[in-house]
Design a protein. Structure first.
Lengths: 100, 100
């Protein structure tokens, strides 16, 4: 199992980010071919306090890395990528992760 | 459901890191009171290439944030925290995440 981990930094307008993610971006992601599961979560803090480096995290699970890469290249993957440019440009880091 | 997300930067000796994590650190984490699940994974790359900002990610799941905070304060939590200082000092960012 592999996952694409999306780490989003603090957006300028959190309420607008939340609304766009939930109403527009997540529905685009859910169309990705081969997607097995999505888990999202909001960062609420850090041990010891301080401002966390990220605001939101999303993880998209696939059977293997070929499937993940194919999903990102697909029309559905490109649509979600284009959408990121609209609502979170410069805010997101994407990581391929091999789940142990 | 909440999780503690641990993001580890590239260690100087990846093989030593892997060995210590698997043989020493993970067994300490598995003793945490209230821990529901652990998911670990190695970062294998990023879309578009380049050096990923992280090497390894671990996620520890709990029923709620009170349970997570209590686990970190417990003797078992402090033992794992002390161990981090031995094998990954300065390499890890910890985030509290409310799973949607």
């Amino acid at each position: 199992m592999v996952k694409l981990v999306a780490l989003y930094m603090q957006p300028p307008d959190p309420a607008a980010f939340d609304h766009h993610y939930r109403e527009t971006h997540l529905p685009l992601v859910r169309k990705w071919p081969g997607l097995r599961r999505v888990e999202t979560g909001k960062v609420t803090g850090m041990p010891g306090g301080g401002a966390p480096p990220y605001y939101f995290i999303a993880e998209m699970y696939f059977d293997d890395e070929n499937g993940l890469r194919a999903a990102l290249r697909s029309p559905e993957g490109r649509a979600a990528g284009d959408d990121v440019q609209r609502f979170a440009s410069g805010l997101v880091s994407l990581l391929y992760v091999q789940v142990a």
